[in-house]
Design a protein around this ligand. Structure first.
Ligand SMILES: Nc1ncnc2c1ncn2[C@@H]1O[C@H](COP(=O)(O)OP(=O)(O)O)[C@@H](O)[C@H]1O
Ligand SMILES: [Mg+2]
Length: 343
């Protein structure tokens, strides 16, 4: 077994508010291997971005990492001093956000930004760094890069700008790229190109990629493995084929069924009644139990730990082989509790 590029162990992130301590991330563990794309999905507020921010050391007060460990290629990074972490960010971890203008300074030509970043991370001369920048622009599919390098961010379309951001992330040859909804702001046709680009770069360079999105279509096309998040926890994680085509967790089943483009047959189009709980009202036991058609008493009190199932892990008592009643509950369904009952 080779060491994973990223290893997150029992991560917990809290926000301290006037209403108390809110647990945004509560015991999340996963690995990403070299060259692997891990897709992270889940409804808005599930904790996807907070998980990404924790990995890159950008949880600001009133938020804090309250527990767990984050390892990057065998070295622990969650307890580094801020200036050390700043070096890890950018050098060893690249970031791509929804809005390319988060990463690009509108006042500088893109070449200046690329050259500066390259020179921060290598000992290349200015002219060599410029040649390298042109190569990177070509690699991410910018046409006529030797001319475009002198353009300003506003002279690029949204999709081309996101390509520039990807080139910027690649300048330091990072081990890990965290892409948080990188295509959400783009046209559908451009989305596919950007996703294909990310996937190719991951393969060719061996970069590990954490791809956060609420778009199951993107996941199905790009990810090697998928983590389904719910209320700050991982409900299910496993190979993309298994999780998308044969989800185990009732929440994951609902989520996959709720994606029209992926649901070939109408009977998969199940909507999940209710909504994800607010952080101040996460129910005890399994946080999904008020919405779960299979939930029984145990689910209301006993928090499910991730259980191995095939090549996946699923945090659901239905898959507990030591529970003699679990199988019967698989077959049993009842309408979920009224929304708000848990609050
Ligand atoms: N600065 C903050 N203060 C308080 N709560 C926050 C803060 N940032 C995020 N949260 C909460 O953490 C939870 C997870 O948010 P987030 O990771 O952004 O979700 P998503 O899965 O949509 O990316 C949400 O309930 C959100 O309201
Ligand atoms: Mg988010």
């Amino acid at each position: 077994m080779t060491e994973p590029v990223l290893s997150v162990r029992d991560l917990r992130v809290e926000f301290v508010t006037r209403r108390g301590v809110l647990k945004a991330i509560d015991g999340v563990s996963f690995d990403i291997a070299k060259g692997e794309v891990l897709g992270v999905v889940g409804e808005s507020g599930a904790g996807k971005s907070v998980t990404g921010s924790a990995i890159i050391g950008l949880i600001d007060p009133p938020g804090r990492i309250a527990g767990g460990e984050i390892w990057l290629s065998g070295s622990r990074i969650d307890n580094l001093p801020p200036e050390e972490m700043r070096k890890v960010r950018g050098k060893r971890i690249g970031m791509i956000f929804q809005d390319p203008l988060t990463s690009l300074n509108p006042l500088y030509r893109i070449g200046e930004q690329l050259v500066e970043t390259i020179q921060t991370h290598t000992d290349l001369s200015a002219s060599a760094a410029r040649r390298r920048a042109i190569e990177l622009l070509a690699e991410v599919g910018i046409p006529a890069p030797e001319r475009r390098i002198d353009g300003y961010p506003h002279e690029f379309s949204g999709g081309m700008r996101q390509r520039v951001v990807i080139a910027l992330a690649l300048c330091a040859e990072p081990e890990l790229i965290i892409a948080d909804e990188p295509t959400t702001a783009l046209d559908v046709s451009v989305q596919a190109q950007i996703i294909a680009l990310l996937k190719r770069l991951g393969r060719e360079r061996g970069t590990a990629i954490m791809l956060i999105t609420h778009d199951m279509g993107v996941i199905a096309e790009t990810a090697d493995r998928v983590a389904v998040m719910y209320a700050g926890r991982i409900a299910e994680i496993g190979p993309v084929r298994d999780v998308v085509q044969n989800p185990l967790h009732p929440y994951a089943r609902g989520l996959m069924g709720a994606i029209p483009t992926l649901a070939q047959d109408a009977d998969r189009l199940v909507q999940i009644p209710g909504s994800m709980p607010r952080l101040s009202a996460i129910p005890p036991g399994c946080p999904f139990h008020p919405r779960c058609p299979h939930a029984w008493e145990r689910c209301t009190v006993d928090r499910p730990a991730p259980l191995p199932h095939g090549a996946s892990q699923v945090a659901c008592h239905l898959y507990d082989r030591n529970d003699p009643t679990a199988e019967a509950h698989q077959r049993m369904t009842h309408p979920p509790a009224e929304e708000g009952v848990a609050a």
